[in-house]
Design a protein around this ligand. Structure first.
Ligand code: PGA
Length: 248
């Protein structure tokens, strides 16, 4: 696959600056496309960005009343009420403070008995809506995007995943009582849908991400490191803080 050298890497001073810069991408999009479809990863890295969006909303700098949100991924077996779930992150830091109506949020039911049905529903929704306008992704310590783990087929749509050992270990930090959480499978948008987004933004913060960021930057494009596939995307911004850049 060909590397598209259009993609930009910005090293920002700190987490706050990175969060600000990433939030600006969303605000800018909403100014020219108020009904955009936006996808933001759950987890710790995007929390600052979400706080920035809420602050901009409170200062009347942007309106979210027409945009739609798509969920990137979820731990199978958890739902929106489970503390630490991907949805819970988005709801706590974004949907709830912004008062996003439920009909503007398209999420997975990761507790459904028919998980494949959940995948097909999301595929259909994205097909009807002609895909995502902007997706903000974190990078896993193993290079995963959403729950697309190393080795994943880049041609896949939504699917169920057996989680990688690193993802399970890292994931324990989200839950106070790790023992009660079934971290073995995930439901996720596929790499095809991620790579078809109009605009992709990859964010990374902290020393723990420095090694995978280095691999991303210097390594080849390979499904062994799903994040590296973003280097083939024509409209990708990579925003990292200084700590995450220490291997560059
Ligand atoms: P984090 O996780 O944003 O909570 O660091 C990202 C990931 O591991 O995918």
């Amino acid at each position: 696959m060909e590397i598209n050298r259009q993609f930009k890497l910005e090293v920002l001073n700190d987490y706050e600056a990175m969060s600000n810069a990433a939030a600006d991408q969303i605000i800018e999009l909403l100014h020219h496309k108020p009904n955009a479809i936006i996808c933001i990863a759950g987890g710790d890295t995007p929390v600052g960005l979400m706080n920035n969006l809420v602050e901009a909303y409170r200062q009347n700098k942007v309106s979210f009343n027409k945009c739609r949100f798509i969920q990137l991924d979820e731990w199978v077996g958890l739902d929106s009420n489970d503390k630490g779930s991907c949805y819970d992150y988005l709801n706590t830091y974004l949907f709830d403070p912004l008062r996003i109506p439920e009909e503007n949020i398209y999420s997975f039911d990761a507790k459904a008995s028919n998980l494949l049905g959940e995948c097909r529903k999301m595929d259909e929704y994205l097909n009807e809506e002609k895909g995502i306008d902007l997706i903000v992704l974190g990078i896993g310590q193993n290079g995963h995007l959403g729950f697309n783990e190393p080795g994943e087929d880049p041609a896949k749509n939504c699917h169920i995943v057996e989680l990688d050992e690193i993802t399970k270990q890292v994931g324990e930090k989200y839950f106070e009582d790790g023992a009660s959480v079934p971290l073995s499978k995930g439901i996720t948008l596929g790499l095809k849908q991620i790579l078809e987004a109009e605009k992709t933004v990859l964010i990374a913060s902290g020393e723990a991400k420095a090694s995978i960021v280095k691999e991303f930057w210097y390594g080849e494009v390979s499904r062994r490191n799903p994040a590296s596939l973003l280097k083939t995307h024509g409209n990708c911004s990579v925003m990292i803080d200084y700590a995450a850049s220490s291997g560059l």
